[in-house]
Design a protein around this ligand. Sequence first.
Ligand code: ATP
Length: 428
Amino acid sequence: PVLTGGPSTRQVKLDKECELRVEVSPEAPLRLRILSGTAEIFGTEIPPEIWLTFPPSLKFAVFTWYGATIELDGTTETDYTADETPMISYVNVHAVLEGRRNRAKASPDDSVSSQGPRVIVVGPTDSGKSTLSRMLLSWAAKQGWKPTYVDLDVGQGSITIPGCIAATPIEMPIDSVEGIPLEMPLVYYYGQVSPSLNADLYKVLVKELAQTLERQFAGNAESRAAGMVINTMGWIEGVGYELLLHAIETFNVTVVLVLGQEKLCSMLKDVLKSKPGVDVVKLQKSGGVVSRSGKVRNIARKSRIREYFYGPSNDLSPHSNVVNFNDLSLYRIGGGPQAPRSALPIGAEPAADPTRLVPVNINTDLLHLVLAVSFAKEPDQIISSNVAGFIYITDIDMQRKKITYLAPSAGELPSKFLIVGTLAYIEN
Ligand code: ATP
């Protein structure tokens, strides 16, 4: 309901438990503020009276528990008020998790009961998994917990760039505009945007990430009690389903939240019923979730990479560096040529090792690729090492044997071992 209308500002009154669903115009940003009452965006409260600026094309909802009046300044692609949302069921899940966190905190010395809830959010593409993960994390952070966010979706990347699996503690409700702060997340580089291309490598990296988190939890009762929220990809059939089961097992998940798919929910209930201590809960998908086409996802991936180097509001300036070919050592993981049959003993089948390290020669094919900088000290540690960050190749001079790359900060790279994947980025 529009109450007043200026040339471009207008007020919207929201009744309790309603939300305003907004798609910002693709051309220009939108400003928004709260005039009265309280409201939140995906679990993070909107500060009173301050104008917030949302970038073009962003899709979000302003939800109020008790009623609010908000003011908009600018144009939207669409905006409408919805009075039917699944928010009550979501906040009920939060309340149950909260109880489990408190119980975990009460017994810090017991290695089993001191472990807070380990939640995984699963469902088809565009069911609102990332959004629900975000709400659960922000609500927990608001109450003083520091839950760990784990993102296993190599297709989008909500912690760092696509092609990675990553984890980071969430210490404050997630900023509605800036998203998750990029402070030292724990990142493993898979190098592709679909896990199907090398599912075995994907599993190996998921395991490495889980083991590293397990070690961190062992020494930190606070984050152990806060637990984790794991966001997954929308691929839930065939190998995708197996990868979900693998993640549930590997992270010792205790709560599986299934968004908007009856079949997936009953399959998971069936296979997990033999495991006491794992709850499978079906939740309704929000009618506000916006479906995204392959093209839109591609654009989103590109802007994630751009954001990594230039900041969410274009406020960072990456550094350009030049190094000699000899100063770097590049590897690709898996996918290398198989041993020819003639080189094998009679009867043996050639097998491509999915986690084989293949050295990569530097040539102009690497132009515009995004490479991960490994923390490995030796090549044989590359697969089990997390990555420090990413560089982007902007020039290759074959004659002088020099590479020019962009990095988020100046100075020498933390290691000369770089991992090559298929992620590319073209500036325009
Ligand atoms: P994927 O399969 O790509 O991982 P997903 O299931 O994680 O997708 P989300 O990313 O949570 O889905 O949601 C898809 C889009 O819908 C996002 O742009 C999100 O901001 C938007 N969205 C989610 N809930 C709402 C809502 N209630 N109102 C308006 N927009 C929403």
